[in-house]
Design a protein around this ligand. Structure first.
Ligand code: GTP
Ligand code: SPV
Ligand code: MN
Length: 617
């Protein structure tokens, strides 16, 4: 077979039409589009070219159909509100499957289903599922188109809301088709809201199906998502591809797909450092990504807020890109006093989902302002006043906005080769036990810290909010293969780095509470104080205190000037209770035991060493 080389410049199709098929790559794509259309039976097929005109037309159509509410352009130009079905408000982990040939490859932390059986199930539910609708063909690139760390895919979807969201979150359009035409491999993702329309049937504002499937076939690099229109269930480039499928590709190719924000920190002397941080969903990634340091002279530039792809470079350093092009951020808690950068990013051109509507045609959510407006329409479309006794915005309500709109986006945020990392942070939401910051003694200890992260559940997925669960590397919902093998892959990545050039690893916890139930640490902009200490550790400018669980700041080494953190708060923030930590170690042993002996010996050794240090302390 001959492959086309070089870009094909006659690709641009008539609006919504098929591209020129003069290449094997595009013929293959078109054949697959035909095959899925034959199965799902849409009324129309629209090839998305990613143009402004196309996006405008799509948004106009959704407004006319009642699927989007156009916000008042005086307050929020180019912006829209979507209200989801009340049952379709977050990722559905219980309906998310990894269908590897061998169940052990999915591991105990994923739902597994036998691939052939699941394929049959998918054929069943997708049969005729797009009747009465348009099937959109959305070619997307994760990472700058053609970049050395970038990967491409195509999403077929019958949801215009998804098309608009993918258009913000990724690079979409004809440039990606050119890549496919040159023979670059691409990932197949298929999505249907599972709500076919009978002839003449009136559509609803948010079509979806009670039955949901978010299905991954890691061996054939495919995703099939059915029944949900929401976020991570429907924007398949994001969690399904850039984390679950990409983690599998990364294991094969020697890189890492991570649930991490990415920032550049610039100290008063003008020295720049790159930091990636993994926190579970709704635990502060977007906030740290947009940090405005409260210590004078420090600056942060945003590179990414949710996903990072990390690859060892020839220089022995770990290089990172943000494969996304937008932010799908949590609205509640985002306000002038917490994340003014996000507030400024959202000035316009934003799709809001499940926030409240103001009488003046703007949006509102809990935490945007200290005082709520006197009246609102809540996320379900019902009248709301402060006396209503329920939140006006859904706790997992979100904004979708282009990264380029962030006022502190790094000027070079989309350079294809990415940035070299100086530090990696792992964190979670822990009311007790876990100190504000711990430094790992070396790479293996850092991987151990990542593997033991647990966090209180949030509204970002189904489940009981507040319940503690294990979420190693913040990847429990997103690792596409056996998590114990993933721990091993992390250890191996360390060996691919030069020991003196590998990023330092830290564990952080912004969420420790005092006995009175309040947060002990002010968080947000003051998290720069922890980063300041981290930078001084990287530079070897300050010694650390040794503890059984890792290295800690010595008393006085954290810059607390201008905060109201009391010496008592500080003691509580760093208190290490030996018995509680021995219990944590027991729980880690139990967690490791669920992996049937697959947890690497180096991590078991770290656990033994931790116990030994605790018992001696
Ligand atoms: P996903 O998009 O679901 O992955 O979430 P995320 O990790 O990006 O979390 P985000 O930054 O949106 O924060 C989630 C919630 O945590 C918001 O309500 C924030 O206000 C709150 N939060 C973030 N940082 C801090 C902090 O330093 N301290 C405290 N107390 N709360 C924080
Ligand atoms: C998360 O839950 O980590 C998110 C939101 O970023 S979603 O895209 O819905 O997964
Ligand atoms: Mn996330």
């Amino acid at each position: 077979r001959t492959r086309q080389t070089g870009p094909v410049d006659t690709i641009a199709p008539a609006f919504g039409g098929r591209p020129n098929l003069e290449s094997d790559g595009l013929r293959e794509l078109a054949a697959w589009v035909d095959e899925i259309a034959a199965l799902t039976k849409p009324d129309r097929v629209h090839w998305v070219d990613g143009s402004r005109a196309e996006n405008d037309a799509l948004l106009r159509e959704m407004v006319a159909e009642g699927k989007l509410i156009k916000l008042n352009p005086e307050w929020r130009p180019g912006s829209y509100l979507a209200r989801s079905h009340p049952s379709d408000v977050a990722r559905t982990e219980s309906r998310t499957f990894i269908c590897s040939e061998d169940p052990a490859d999915a591991g105990p932390t994923n739902n597994w289903a036998e691939p052939a059986a699941m394929r049959a199930t998918m054929r069943g539910v997708f049969e005729g599922s797009m009747r009465g609708r348009t099937m959109y063909v959305v070619p997307f690139s994760m990472g700058p188109v053609g970049g050395p760390l970038s990967h491409i895919g195509v999403q077929l979807t019958d949801s215009a809301y998804s098309v608009a969201s993918i258009g913000i979150m990724t690079r979409v359009g004809a440039a990606v088709l050119e890549q496919i035409a040159t023979g670059k491999p691409w990932v197949k993702t298929v999505h249907s809201v599972g709500a076919p329309l009978a002839p003449g049937e009136q559509d609803v504002a948010w079509p979806c199906n009670e039955e949901k499937y978010i299905v991954h076939f890691p061996e054939s690099l495919e995703v099939w998502s059915y029944g949900s229109g929401y976020g991570g269930n429907a924007i398949l480039a994001k969690k399904s591809f850039a984390l679950r499928i990409a983690s599998v590709i990364g294991r094969e190719e020697g890189w890492l797909a991570e649930h991490m924000l990415l920032i550049r920190v610039i100290d008063p002397a003008g020295r720049a450092y790159h930091i990636a941080a993994a926190f579970p969903s709704a635990c502060g990634k977007t906030n740290l990504a947009m940090l405005r340091p409260t210590i004078p002279g420090w600056r942060v530039e945003t590179l990414g807020d949710d996903i990072a792809w990390l690859r060892p470079g020839e220089d022995g350093r770990l290089w990172a890109i943000n494969p996304e092009a937008g932010f799908f951020g949590v609205a509640p808690g985002t306000g002038e006093s917490t994340n003014v950068t996000a507030v400024e990013t959202l000035w316009g051109n934003t799709i809001f989902t499940n926030v409240a509507l103001r009488p003046d045609g703007d949006v509102w959510w809990e935490g945007l302002t200290d005082e709520p407006p006197a009246e609102l329409v809540d996320w379900e479309g019902k009248p709301w006043t402060p006396a209503s006794g329920r939140p006006a915005a859904h706790p997992n309500s979100r904004f979708t906005v282009s990264a380029a709109q962030c006022p502190q986006i790094a000027p070079d945020w989309d350079k294809p080769e990415g940035v070299p990392l100086d530090a990696i942070l792992f964190g979670g939401r822990r009311a007790t036990n876990v100190p504000l910051v711990i430094e790992a003694t070396d790479w293996a200890h850092g991987v151990f810290l990542g593997s033991t992260i647990s966090s209180e559940r949030t509204a970002a997925a189904e489940g009981t909010v507040g319940e503690l669960r294990r979420d190693p590397f913040a990847m429990i919902p997103f690792c596409g293969y056996n998590m114990a093998d993933y721990f091993g892959h992390w250890l191996k990545m360390g060996q691919a780095l030069r020991f003196d050039r590998a990023p330092r690893i830290f564990q952080v916890n912004w969420f420790r509470k005092g006995s009175d139930g309040r947060f002990l640490w002010p968080g947000f902009g003051d998290n720069a104080r922890v980063i300041d200490w981290i930078v001084r550790r990287i530079e070897g400018e300050v010694p650390a205190a040794e503890s059984p669980i890792g290295r800690l700041p010595r008393p006085g080494d954290l810059d607390l000037e201008g905060t109201d953190v009391t010496p008592e708060d500080l003691d509580e923030l760093f208190a290490i209770d030996r018995d509680s930590w021995l219990r944590e170690a027991d729980l880690t042993e139990e967690f490791y035991a669920t992996f049937d002996g697959r947890v690497p010996a180096a991590l078991q050794a770290e656990l033994s060493a931790l116990r030994y240090r605790l018992q001696r302390s």
